[in-house]
Design a binder for this molecule. Structure first.
Ligand code: NAD
Length: 335
């Protein structure tokens, strides 16, 4: 079996490659343009079962070629992170729209099972937490660039359903909710790696807004096994499913937990969103998945496990020398 992972040099993609190599997958092809991903994420995998292609998902011929050799496709390549979207609106839109259409169109030729990575950003600034897959989406105006990411991901979902309904493409959409863990970089504004790096350097932890906004964090190990299981489950094809752990944490509590676990002297400073992202920036207050559908389809859903997440993220930045010593007692919770 040959599997194509677009965005496989990225954070979630590289963990998925690790996971699939541990399964029975014979051969994995990674396509990545290394814009936010890195070869370092795959460097530990010295195996002739892995091929890495440096290329762009917007290249339809290349995608057609790679998909035609694959028995399954995981489409994770995307322009991600609020900072990337705000700073590069046009190329982000093109990657997130054209790239997905290229993958779906190519997969249709042989009916290749395809997983499409979507996002909790889909729900926009809806306040109807927890978010169920059938809930309304609430977005700001098109003059506010940050909503272009949610809009492009929503169009991707429409495309996936259209290819499923009109061409019988076995495609499943996973809406990821703040997936976190080792290898995630703070470079593009992701909160946990940013806080951990600030705390370890003894710098102030910059909390945007008043810090009462909440997010549900999910360990990447859970996210990749769900990703694989969803594609492997025919009942999930043609469906969109939230992928996340319920039980949200406020950003203030997260910052305090990071300071505590790193034994840092850092303090928290609050910075207005407008100062960081410009005057029209909008940030949703709450993000929490309703995982009823995930449970119905797979029989399980992840649980929030901030302790384990922080342990793993701090561990990789301190070469295993945890400032506060102890690893959490339990393994990553997957039930
Ligand atoms: P990431 O930036 O680490 O991964 C994205 C990968 O896509 C990178 O390796 C990047 O180099 C690659 N890429 C970008 N543009 C490309 C292009 N034009 N051609 C080829 N490759 C390209 O981010 P991630 O967090 O691993 O995200 C993976 C997927 O999950 C994305 O589709 C993202 O939208 C989605 N997602 C992630 C989260 C999260 O919490 N991490 C939440 C919601 C959705």
């Amino acid at each position: 079996m040959t599997v194509l992972v677009t965005g496989g040099a990225g954070f979630i993609g590289s963990h998925l490659v690790d996971y699939l190599l541990g399964e029975t997958t014979d051969r994995i092809v990674v396509l990545d343009d290394f814009s936010t991903g890195s070869a370092d994420n795959l460097v530990h995998l010295e195996t002739d079962r892995l091929t890495v292609e440096d290329g762009d998902v917007r290249n339809a011929d290349l995608i057609a070629d790679l998909v035609s050799d694959a028995d399954a496709v995981y489409h994770l390549a995307a322009a991600v992170g609020v900072q990337t979207i705000v700073e590069n609106p046009l190329s982000s839109l093109r990657t997130n729209l054209e790239g997905t259409e290229n993958v779906l169109e190519a997969a249709t030729a042989d009916g290749t099972p395809t997983f499409l990575a979507s996002s909790s950003e889909i729900y926009g600034k809806s306040e109807a937490v927890p978010f169920a897959e059938t809930d309304d989406r609430v977005y700001g105006p098109t003059s506010t660039t940050r909503w272009s990411y949610a809009t492009a991901k929503a169009a991707d979902e429409f495309l996936a359903f259209a290819y499923h309904d009109e061409h019988d493409l076995p495609v499943v959409v996973g809406r990821y909710f703040n997936i976190v863990g080792p290898r995630q970089t703070g470079q593009y504004g992701m909160v946990i790696p940013t806080f951990v790096e600030q705390a370890l350097a003894g710098e102030d932890l910059t909390v945007y807004g008043d810090g009462t906004q909440t997010r549900s964090f999910t360990h990447v190990a859970d996210a990749v096994s769900i990703t694989h299981e969803l594609l492997d489950t025919p009942a999930a094809h043609g469906e969109v499913v939230n992928v996340g752990a319920p039980d949200p944490t406020s950003i203030n509590d997260l910052a305090e937990a990071v300071i505590d676990r790193t034994d840092s002297d850092s303090v928290i400073t609050h910075v207005p969103f407008e100062e960081a992202y410009g005057p029209d920036f909008e940030e949703p207050d709450q993000r929490e998945p309703d995982v009823t559908k995930l449970r119905e389809i797979l029989g399980w859903a992840p649980e929030a496990d901030l302790d384990r997440i922080l342990h793993d993220v701090i561990h990789e930045r301190t070469d295993g020398e945890q400032p506060t010593g102890q690893a959490p007692d339990e393994e990553v919770t997957t039930q």
